[in-house]
Design a protein around this ligand. Structure first.
Ligand code: AMP
Length: 352
């Protein structure tokens, strides 16, 4: 989607990916190699004016090519996002509210954390977790040892289970001169730790809530002298005048909760990321109508189902279907929130 977003600007991309079936292959050149293979990384850097990434489990050792090509966003931001404890410490250092949590290394420290945080709580591997992987809900402190085994007995954090009103995220872009553009907040629904639907602009967002999200994103962007797109995911606690946000995590890249911007914004998150890393001015983040993005997970929709809904903007990634895998997404767009809801309801009826 990054490569597609700048085709009209005449910009060519090459992707480094270990799989010969990677989906970017259909839109750009590919170097087949592991993300931490120094020769492949060097080949990519030799070919490129600027190198970026859209998957945060790439090795931060990619920094070895920094002498050959610019890398954006900063590999420091990448390293922070790769470790939940370091990420939470960064939020605290910047004065951004987070759920109560404690780092955990073994059963003893998990028991101590459960004593102070209580249940329900969520044990999350510090590294390499995504889409709900490497996480387990703990309802009973007696199950601590099993929970730690479930996530592979790796260093972790224990998070207090947040009774949130809803999940919101902000996607922001920062250019090389420090200008920042914010997309409106998206409201997100996850099931089993996997994002199902994002709606944007999120409804009933007070100025105070929007400002809280923007200021959190701004602090992070400025800390890293960040160039490119960043997403911050939040839980909204409380309603009305009592509503406030606690931050869950950052993504130093284009983000699934920003996919709606392809059709729902004047400039998509993908194009703005590319514009930023290439030293161009950012495009407008104004919305076009009201959007809902629905992920297609595990299985292809039943044949013909999507044909019955010509208003749906369908993006299939050419990925092999697999349980829990995001293999595409659909964006629905309407000029009013009510029409969007009606479209979403029809989509759910027809496609499931
Ligand atoms: P994460 O991998 O941290 O983004 O978690 C995936 C999803 O699990 C989140 O989007 C939430 O729906 C849920 N979740 C994660 N942490 C918490 C928490 N501390 N309290 C409640 N739900 C959570």
């Amino acid at each position: 989607m990054l490569a597609q977003s700048v085709k009209h600007l005449g910009i060519q991309c090459t992707v480094l990916d270990p799989s010969t079936e990677c989906c970017a292959r259909s839109v750009c050149e590919q170097i087949v190699g592991d993300y931490d293979d120094v020769e492949s990384l060097k080949a990519l850097a030799d070919w490129s004016d600027v190198v970026s990434y859209e998957f945060e489990n790439v090795s931060a050792s990619a920094a070895v090519i920094e002498d050959i090509a610019e890398i954006h966003p900063s590999t420091q931001a990448l390293a922070v996002a790769q470790d939940r404890h370091i990420e939470r410490s960064m939020f605290q250092e910047l004065g951004i509210a987070i759920p109560a949590y404690q780092p955990v290394d073994d059963v003893e420290s998990l028991n101590a954390a459960l004593q102070s945080i209580g249940t329900p709580s969520i044990l999350k591997a510090r590294r390499l977790g995504y889409d709900g992987k490497g996480q387990v809900l703990i309802n009973d402190a007696n199950h601590a040892a099993d929970a730690l085994k479930t996530i592979g007995s790796v260093p972790a954090i224990l998070d207090k289970f947040v009774e949130f009103q809803r999940e919101l995220s902000i996607v922001a872009a920062r250019d090389k001169h420090g200008n920042i553009a914010f997309y409106p907040l998206a409201q997100n629904v996850h099931r089993g730790g996997i994002l199902r639907v994002s709606k944007a602009p999120a409804r009933d967002v007070s100025d105070a809530l929007a400002t809280q999200a923007q200021e959190a994103a701004r602090k992070i962007l400025e800390k890293f002298d960040y160039v490119g797109v960043l997403a911050v995911e939040f839980f909204q606690i409380g309603k009305g005048d009592n509503a406030h946000l606690v931050a869950n995590e950052i993504a130093p890249r284009v983000h699934n909760t920003g996919h709606w911007t392809i059709e729902g914004s004047k400039t998509s998150q993908f194009e703005n990321h590319m514009r930023a890393v290439m030293g161009m001015e950012l495009g407008s983040t104004d919305s076009v109508g009201h959007s809902a993005m629905v992920n297609i997970i595990s299985n292809e929709p039943r044949p013909g189902a999507l044909d019955a809904l010509p208003e749906a903007h369908v993006h299939m990634y050419g990925k092999e279907p697999r349980a829990g895998r995001k293999i595409g997404h659909v964006t629905l767009n309407a000029d009013t929130p009510d029409k969007l809801d009606a479209l979403l309801e029809r989509f759910t009826r027809v496609v499931g």
